[in-house]
Design a protein around this ligand. Structure first.
Ligand code: FAD
Length: 477
């Protein structure tokens, strides 16, 4: 069984490790970038860190007890992923600087075409390309005429110091909330252009003392207990279906804004959508940063960017040296970011013309032996927990193929249709997702294609079995 994994982020690494456990050694991990770690290798902006408690951000079979603080930092997460890759013998399987551009199912196997033009053949393809790799750039007149320094926050330019500079930050969501409090420490003036105020909640994030870390390393039991408690709380809270819990979080979010001295800035920071409608954010540093004299919150829409300034609709011209684009990612393409051709020559773009869909987020009808990790409608809670469940589901399929002697497996369209109808009905029942603010959750057609509407525990339960009636097995060709 030859397996090709696309992507060496947490998903691809977890898959590789579990293949080795299963005795499958003939696999390759094709990775576009220069190393392992995925999100954590590519996103290196200052202040980048986990926004779920790190107790839940290591794999269950490789628990990390000694994060420096409850919400571990990007360098720590990257170091964890690197050590995971070497500890479990994954590096010899990795081919870095290798972008997959096309995948074609023909004659009972897959042929992957690489950007170099070379091809790789595989019986099984596991896509672990993540959800946050396609950078979103705003459609602002004149943006590309800007003659100063400009970069996207997901590809931070560390060669360009911001000390003393006038900086425009476009976007005020997950990344900006983490890096703005850092850059205001050295920049001369930061103008933060906000379109929508987000919910930013406080978190308990006191760094652990060296004594505590030593104790965790010696006996991780207290942290394992904390992990179990965190998982249980997230299972209850992350579905956003409980109005009382949502209201409680709104109170906490509004109270956190009180730290901002200027009443006008406080007003502008107050979210106008219900908690949970968009991804909630967590920071103890964001709101206090607005008390610095060199951070300006701008809510007037940007009209255009010139060679040296950002101009807002009210005609104000703010001259800047650097523009940092913090407008996130295009998240709803999933595997259609690659030119994938399945049974009967059907392209995934065509199969997904109403938006990406899959069965349990892992298999999609018409594309045999193709498994996705962090696929459609699997975004919720700790993504490592969700990925681990998906990897185990793939392993169940591979065992079934081996034991049955079949050559391929494909999810039946009716089973996938029934499953998605149920998931979409559950999504429709989450009141806070019905407001028009949850941009990155929705495909261009308007369907919520990213979110898992139930708990992580429910996902683990469903992916923990293979419903034989939902799948078609085919012969070895
Ligand atoms: C800034 C940021 C913070 C986040 N914080 C959290 C958090 O706190 N908690 C949480 O649970 N999740 C968080 N996430 C989500 C995070 O993406 C997941 O937790 C996790 O990294 C997903 O792992 P993955 O392997 O599926 O994808 P990724 O980590 O995105 O890795 C995908 C890999 O595939 C490679 N790739 C993509 N396309 C191709 C191709 N065509 N050919 C070859 N290689 C390709 C990419 O280069 C990348 O290395 C965050 C995301 C971002 C961007």
């Amino acid at each position: 069984m030859r397996v090709a994994i696309i992507g060496a982020g947490p998903g691809g690494l977890c898959m590789g490790k579990r293949l080795i456990d299963e005795g499958v050694e003939d696999f390759v991990i094709l990775e576009n970038s220069d190393g392992v770690g995925g999100t954590w290798n590519l996103n290196r902006y200052p202040g980048c860190e986990c926004d779920v408690p790190s107790a839940l951000y290591s794999f269950s079979f490789d628990f990390k007890a000694d994060w420096s603080k409850p919400y571990g930092t990007q360098p720590e997460i990257l170091a964890y992923m690197r050590s995971f890759a070497s500890k479990f013998g994954l590096l010899p399987h990795c081919r870095f600087g290798t972008q997959v551009t096309r995948a074609v199912w023909q004659g009972g196997s897959w042929t992957l075409t690489l950007a170099s033009g070379a091809t790789v053949s595989a019986d099984i393809v596991v896509s672990a390309i993540g959800m946050f790799n396609d950078l979103a750039w705003p459609d602002i007149a004149g943006l590309y005429d800007f003659r100063g320094t400009m970069f996207h926050s997901a590809r931070w330019d560390w060669d360009h110091p911001l000390a003393g500079e006038r900086v425009a930050v476009i976007g005020s969501a997950a990344s900006a909330v983490q890096f703005v409090p850092e850059i205001v420490k050295t920049a001369g003036q930061v103008h933060l252009f906000q379109r929508t105020a987000n919910w930013v909640l406080p978190k308990i994030d006191t760094p652990y003392t060296p004594e505590q870390l030593e104790a965790f390393r010696a006996d991780p039991t207290p942290l394992l207990v904390f992990r179990a408690e965190t998982e249980s709380n997230m299972n209850k809270g992350m579905t956003f279906a409980d109005p009382a819990a949502n209201a409680e979080r709104e109170r906490a979010g509004l109270a956190a804004i009180d730290v901002v001295a200027d009443p006008e800035v406080r007003r502008k920071l107050r979210p106008t959508h219900p908690y949970g409608c968009k991804r909630p954010l967590f920071s103890n540093l964001y709101y206090p940063a607005f008390n610095r004299p060199n951070l300006e919150l701008v809510t007037e829409p940007i009209e255009r960017v010139t060679t040296d300034a950002v101009v807002t609709a009210d005609g104000t011209v703010r001259r800047v040296d650097t523009v940092i684009v913090a407008t996130g990612f295009a998240t709803t393409k999933y595997l259609s970011a690659i030119d994938v051709v399945g049974r009967d020559g059907r392209g995934i773009d065509d199969a997904w013309r109403d938006g990406a869909q899959a069965y349990l987020g892992v298999t999609t009808s018409g594309f045999p032996n193709l498994f996705m990790l962090y696929g459609p409608n699997t975004n919720n809670g700790s993504i490592l927990t969700m990925i681990e469940a998906q990897v185990e589901h793939v392993i169940l399929h591979l065992r079934r193929l081996r034991e049955s002697g079949a050559g391929w497996v494909d999810v039946l369209p009716e089973a996938m249709g029934r499953y998605n109808a149920e998931v979409q009905a559950a999504i429709a029942g989450v009141d806070v997702w019905q407001f028009g603010c949850n941009g990155y959750y929705r495909s261009p057609g308007g369907r919520v294609v990213t979110q898992w509407p139930y708990s992580m525990a429910e996902f683990q339960a469903r992916t923990g079995v293979v419903d034989a009636d939902a799948f078609e097995l085919g012969p070895v060709v």
